[in-house]
Write a protein that binds this ligand. Structure first.
Ligand SMILES: Nc1ncnc2[nH]cnc12
Ligand SMILES: [Zn+2]
Length: 322
């Protein structure tokens, strides 16, 4: 039973958290045919590439500032309802640009959603701007420049997501230099679809304080030791990994092995309705399937707060609430 535990989420893509019912309503509102991507209340995809296509298509039915405010508020309300005290949302200004809304209005709608949710429940949230590999290196640099110049106190991190098989981390290093110089926290999707080499790439080219997933590092014991020695925090999303076939089942999932090897691990939901999961379920899996005690789960939540991209005062407040 984890329902009474305080929760923190470091890794959730905002559009990836869109409830299917809300997406269906949005599609109806705009007369968009989404029947190929959303059927019988579930998102339709069959592998990583088609998941990304489905994700991009779903994003296109969120078109206005208010649509984004509603989406953000809806997800944060859900998190607050399960005792989540802090959430980092991965957002992509490129999506705002692609639908013609523009990056500023996209971010402003999301910030309004954060404000509304916080007013109701006190949930704290921050934004991690992400570049998408499959939109190309130039667009990733553009996303970093946007995040660096935005001067928005809720934008506190920079990420690299999308098609991991496109390019190597070094191809995107310049974007991370821009984000680092702006004082943003750094995290990179690596070791999810590609192997351990991708995690080593991230450490060699950028050395972020956190890595999204990183789970395939488990194949390389020296790399696991390097992660433990560096104190790199892994944002692990077991339900996502199983849904995408990164591991065949929870028994072979390396969450426990990585933790036992001294790696700092945390748990998140990634794109919950796409993967038939939720942060609530991820906490339940940690307890039931992975066999972690409540004290061990609390320790992972504490690690997440320690690694959160927030100022020290907010961190102290969150630690006190845990
Ligand atoms: N799991 C994931 N990996 C890479 N990019 C993503 N974008 C949304 N979800 C993602
Ligand atoms: Zn992700």
């Amino acid at each position: 039973m984890t329902s009474h535990l305080k929760k923190v989420e470091l890794h959730c893509h905002l559009e990836g958290a869109a409830p299917p019912a809300l997406t269906a309503a949005q599609a109806r509102k705009y007369g968009v045919d989404i029947s190929a991507e959303l059927r019988d209340g579930a998102y339709v995809w069959h592998d990583f590439a088609s998941f990304l296509e489905c994700y991009d298509k779903v994003s296109e039915v969120y078109k206005t500032e208010e649509d984004y405010a509603l989406l953000t508020e809806t997800y944060l309300d859900e998190l607050a309802g399960i005792d989540t005290i802090y959430s980092e949302l991965i957002v992509s200004p490129d999506h705002g640009k692609r639908i013609g809304l523009g990056a500023d209005a996209y971010i402003s709608g999301i910030c309004e959603g954060i404000r509304r949710a916080k007013e109701k429940s006190g949930i704290e949230a921050r934004l991690i701007v992400t570049g998408e590999r499959h939109f190309g290196p130039e667009s990733v640099i553009g996303a970093a420049e946007y995040a660096a110049k935005a001067g928005n106190p809720l934008i506190t991190g920079f990420n690299l997501a999308g098609e991991e098989r496109m390019g190597r981390v070094a191809d995107y290093a310049r974007a991370f230099d821009i984000a680092r110089d702006a004082g943003l926290g750094l995290t990179i999707h690596a070791g999810e679809v590609c192997g351990a080499f991708s995690v080593a790439d991230a450490l060699d080219a950028v050395r972020p304080s956190r890595i999204g997933h990183g789970v395939r590092a488990v194949k390389d014991p020296d790399l696991v030791k390097r992660l433990a020695d560096l104190g790199t925090v892994l944002e692990i999303c077991p339900g996502s990994n199983i849904a995408l076939g990164v591991f065949p089942d929870f028994t072979s999932h390396p969450l426990r092995r990585l933790k036992d090897a001294g790696v700092r691990v945390t748990i998140s939901s990634d794109d919950p309705p796409f993967f038939h999961t939720s942060l609530k379920r991820e906490y339940e899996l940690a307890a039931g399937t992975f066999g972690f005690s409540n004290a061990e789960i609390d320790a992972m939540t504490r690690t997440a707060i320690e690694a959160a991209f927030v100022d020290d005062e907010t961190r102290m407040t969150l630690l006190a609430r845990l």
